[in-house]
Design a protein around this ligand. Sequence first.
Ligand SMILES: *Cc1c(COP(=O)(O)O)cnc(C)c1O
Length: 388
Amino acid sequence: MNFKEIKKLDDAYHAETFSRYPIAFERGQGATLVDTEGREYIDFGAGIAVNIFGVNDEAWKAAVIAQLDKIQHNSNYYYCEPQARLAQMLCERTGAKRAFFGNSGAEANECAFKAARKYSFDQYGAGRYKIITLKNSFHGRTLFTLTATGQEAFHKYFGPFAEGFDYAEASMSDIRKKADGATCAVAIECVQGESGVNALDKNFVTALFEFCRERDILLICDEVQSGNGRTGKLFSYEHYGIIPDLVTTAKGLAGGLPIGACLFFDKTEHVLGAGDHGSTFGGNPVCCAAALNVISRITEDFLLEVQGKSAYMRAKLKAFDGVKEVTGLGFMIGLSVEASAKEIAKKCLEGGLLVLTAHDRLRLVPPLNITKREMDEGLTILREVLKS
Ligand SMILES: *Cc1c(COP(=O)(O)O)cnc(C)c1O
């Protein structure tokens, strides 16, 4: 199909949930994509921080195909080697005790929120159910995770929403005001993605960690976007010197196949027992085989490369005309720009570069294995767009 035909079908039959750019991708290599009309693009978006090794990566494909040659799905009534090995690998790399797998970031967060409430129920009985999230957070699109999302814009139309959420500024004075005897958990993104790529202040995060530990309030780190090497560490909380009680991740974990994970640390290891939670597709063997390939390649050496490449890109961006501020950590880059971010993203696309927006910022989350040539090509396009 050519682009016109695809667009016509989608416009007629797909739900009207997405305002799409007029483009459909067909194939690519690394951080270079090719659309249905044969035009090339440099990819600074990675399918929203998902395609960790870009597209058409040989080793990743081989791992997926090897699993497809065996079995594509089995019920969670049975044991599954890639699932068990992935749980082990994530635990060994983080110090977590156990992992649960779902299919998305929202599901990973649902699992963590359920686990937090169950922990509190087990320790203190009913009534200690409140979960505090941060203003400008983003935790997903299911009703529970929408409610957890601390942005008014998401709290319309679909009510009544789940009870037991409160939203705090990223400051200890506000956390102290909002946390009370009914609070069981605080959830944070150490680097907020959707709301403009804001890295939380280190003093705030360490003070919050101490505050939660003193009151036996669980600290949940939503690493759905910031995890899996994106910020130059395996998970972004590692920049902050804290150990969370629950960690969720998804987007990049399987390098482009749907998966979500909730990691349980010391306190929460035994919180969810048989029948407390589940998923039909969760921990699918093909997705787990893909994630095993991804996580095993995010070595300390690879993370150093990510740090080096992202520092290179940040230094270039800082010097560009029209850039006010460069935010975020590692390859989770926010750009405050003088013009409209949406307009710039559109112009970049016309010039052959894919970038994302987040609130009023540009958001750059390229594949972690992007080459110097691809970075330079993309940066040249962005510089020209920002100049004009
Ligand atoms: C994308 C995202 C989610 C939701 O993930 P889905 O896979 O779309 O459900 C949750 N939290 C954060 C921080 C995200 O960036």
